[in-house]
Design a protein around this ligand. Structure first.
Ligand code: WTA
Length: 626
């Protein structure tokens, strides 16, 4: 038989049991097929389902009047709003009917470029209701980044806000969409036919007749029920772009059934959710964390999920603690960078709030340092709440390594044990599995798991190359890790050219490409450096053509160009203007040396005599930014 599954029996049995807890229109013929050699993984072949029936319809009998979504607006003076499971079901159906009326069909792609309001979550589910593929582009990306993603995904519709509130600012999302649609035509032709605008800030915007429509106008006439389209297990659910080691962002493709099964299950297992819990994940829905643990994971479990529009420091650095007290949050799931930035304002701020509702704390996005872990445990969790440090990736779809709240023993800064059904291993440089328990190596996954990305949209070859070529027959995560005598994993960070800035993945090549667009820059090299708050910051070395240029102006222009091409999240923290970059004789930039220089680890720079231009190393050290 073609594509026979090699999955070991215990994994096979485990996932069968988990999958049986979901609602299927038709069950699978084969649990899993394909392998990491062929890179042709499928799960639940032959099954038919609709994920929104599992997120919504299934709960109506018992939970119709239970809160599904709590919306906490940017401005705490604005009233909070709620949607019950019954109301969310209606909202999703109406949005789905709107999409049908606008001519969208199963398999089409709709792009969301929005602030964090319930309409974003509703929109994603409306797509899923119809088998339409969603792709969310984080509102902090530039219009040029948006253009690139629209081009690559072939999206037919963009859903946006007139503007989005972020702290004391308004982000003009609709005008960015206009730019994305109109200003880059030379790069390629877009498939976008319609723009749907949800009103939020009442900002003045341009509406192009025949292309742009207000959501509020169209939704009025939409029916409150929409049957759920039956989709195949492997039909795409969404595309989500992430940075990699080359310049072009990758659109990771996730499919329906496997994603549902793993995400729903990991949510339940890791957070040990109970019926009346209130779950708050502070991520943006524009990232995988917001897909899996604001949207699908909680709703699959009938849990109340919080959508927070604002930022941790607005109107004051007490905002997180206020929200916890106000909504009786039981589970807080946030990023180390947020913890570190709030810690800086002092221990007495969280002390002022009644956070006794909290039961479980979560961490995601980057390694949490021990100091931040202890602060989180002591001042937020009052030493009562277990911390689950959840390791996973956009590619993995759901959590892979994590403690289970209240079950796994706590060990600061350790992601700890793999979830059941997942088999991570450590390999040495040659790709040999390290069998000793106590070990350090590169983190790989040995067997397929249901929520793994199936491809890079439109480029399966790149998918194979990126994840399955480094070590034959294994999925390579790009992360390094240590394993201790308890078999607990501690993730040490990326081992490739990806920088993790405040939990956001930024490919060095992408930033370099943007910097090199500056007319006076010959070349650049970007590396990460340790940053107290962000975890890692971006350090750019650049060589100008005209060395007479005013350095301060040049640095500002470089920051501006990166902001324009990628977005504010990729702006370098440090820029050093140098005469030359260290290169091998074949002309390859030696980023390893630059990394040692920025970390002040001069003793370990190694032998530079074989470089093409060893003299430049000395010069770079001398002129380094402090
Ligand atoms: C890092 C976010 C240490 C890691 C869910 C991974 C972590 C990348 C952790 C994925 C953690 C995520 N401990 N490192 N608990 N969680 N990472 O795709 O380097 O935005 O490869 O997914 O973040 O980032 P992504």
């Amino acid at each position: 038989m073609k594509n026979k599954s090699l999955l070991p029996d215990d994994l096979h049995n485990y996932w069968t049991e988990v999958a049986n807890t979901y609602q299927w229109k038709k069950k699978w013929d084969q649990l899993q097929t394909g392998d990491f050699e062929q890179v042709n993984i499928e799960w639940f072949q032959g099954a038919k389902l609709n994920i929104t029936e599992n997120c919504l319809d299934r709960h109506l009998e018992k939970r119709r009047n239970k809160k599904a979504v709590i919306f906490e607006p940017n401005n705490p003076q604005e009233a909070t709003s709620f949607l019950t499971y019954g109301e969310l079901h209606v909202s999703v159906c109406r949005f789905a009917n709107l999409l049908i009326k606008q001519g969208l069909k199963k398999g089409d792609v709709v792009c969301f470029y929005m602030g964090m309001t319930p309409e974003l979550l509703i929109g994603l589910l409306a797509c899923a209701r119809l088998g339409i593929v969603h792709t969310v582009v984080f509102g902090g990306f530039s219009s040029q980044s948006l253009h690139g993603r629209l081009l690559d995904s072939k999206a037919k519709m963009v859903v946006t806000h007139d503007g989005s509130f972020r702290g004391d600012k308004i982000v003009g999302l609709k005008s960015m969409v206009d730019e994305a649609l109109e200003n880059f035509q030379q790069i390629g032709e877009l498939a976008v036919e319609k723009v749907l605008v949800v009103k939020r800030t009442q900002s003045e915007i341009q509406m192009k007749p025949g292309r742009d429509y207000f959501y509020e106008t169209l939704i009025k006439d939409c029916d409150i029920y929409c049957p759920a389209t039956s989709v195949e297990a492997e039909d795409p659910l969404f595309i989500l772009y992430t940075s990699g080691s080359t310049g072009k962002p990758k659109g990771l493709l996730h499919t329906t059934a496997g994603y549902m099964v793993h995400v729903g299950n990991s949510f339940k297992e890791v957070f040990q959710i109970k019926e009346n819990d209130i779950f708050w994940c502070t991520a943006d829905i524009g990232w995988i964390t917001g897909h899996s643990y604001i949207t699908y994971g909680p709703l699959l479990n009938g849990t109340t999920t919080v959508i927070f529009e604002g930022i941790p420091t607005y109107p004051s650095p007490a905002r997180f603690w206020e929200v916890i007290e106000k909504h009786h949050i039981t589970h807080l799931y946030t990023a180390p960078t947020a913890i570190r930035s709030l810690e800086k304002f002092g221990n007495d701020i969280p002390e002022k709030f009644n956070m006794s509702s909290l039961k479980v704390l979560g961490s995601v996005g980057e390694p949490i340092n021990e100091e931040a872990w202890h602060w989180y445990h002591k001042y937020v969790g009052k030493q009562r709440c277990p911390i689950v440090d959840t390791w996973w990736q956009t590619e993995t779809g759901g959590i892979m390594i994590s403690a289970k709240a209240g079950i796994t023993k706590l060990k600061p800064a350790h992601a700890s044990l793999p979830l059941e059904g997942v088999l991570p291993i450590l390999v040495d440089e040659k790709g040999n599995e390290i069998h000793e328990t106590v070990a350090e190596g590169n983190l790989c996954i040995k067997w397929p798991w249901p929520s793994m990305a199936r491809s890079i949209f439109g480029d399966h070859e790149r998918f194979k190359q990126t994840y399955f070529q480094t070590y034959k027959g294994l999925y390579f995560t790009g992360d390094g890790a240590r394993r201790d005598h308890d078999s607990f994993f501690r993730i040490t960070g990326r081992v490739d050219d990806v920088i993790n800035v405040s939990g956001h993945r930024i490919g060095t090549a992408e930033v370099e490409d943007a910097i090199n667009e500056h007319p006076n820059i010959t070349e650049s090299a970007v590396v990460g450096f340790s940053h107290d708050i962000k975890g890692q910051g971006i350090y750019a070395f650049v060589t100008p053509m005209k060395s007479s240029a005013d350095h301060e102006i040049l640095k500002k222009e470089i920051r501006d160009i990166v902001q324009k091409i990628i977005g504010p999240i990729a702006k370098p923290d440090q820029i050093q203007i140098v005469k030359a970059l260290p290169k091998t004789r074949s002309g390859k930039i030696m980023r390893r040396i630059l990394r040692k220089i920025v970390e002040n680890d001069l003793a370990n720079i190694g032998d530079t005599s074989t470089l093409l231009n060893p003299e430049c190393v000395e010069q770079i050290i001398k002129t380094k930014n402090n």
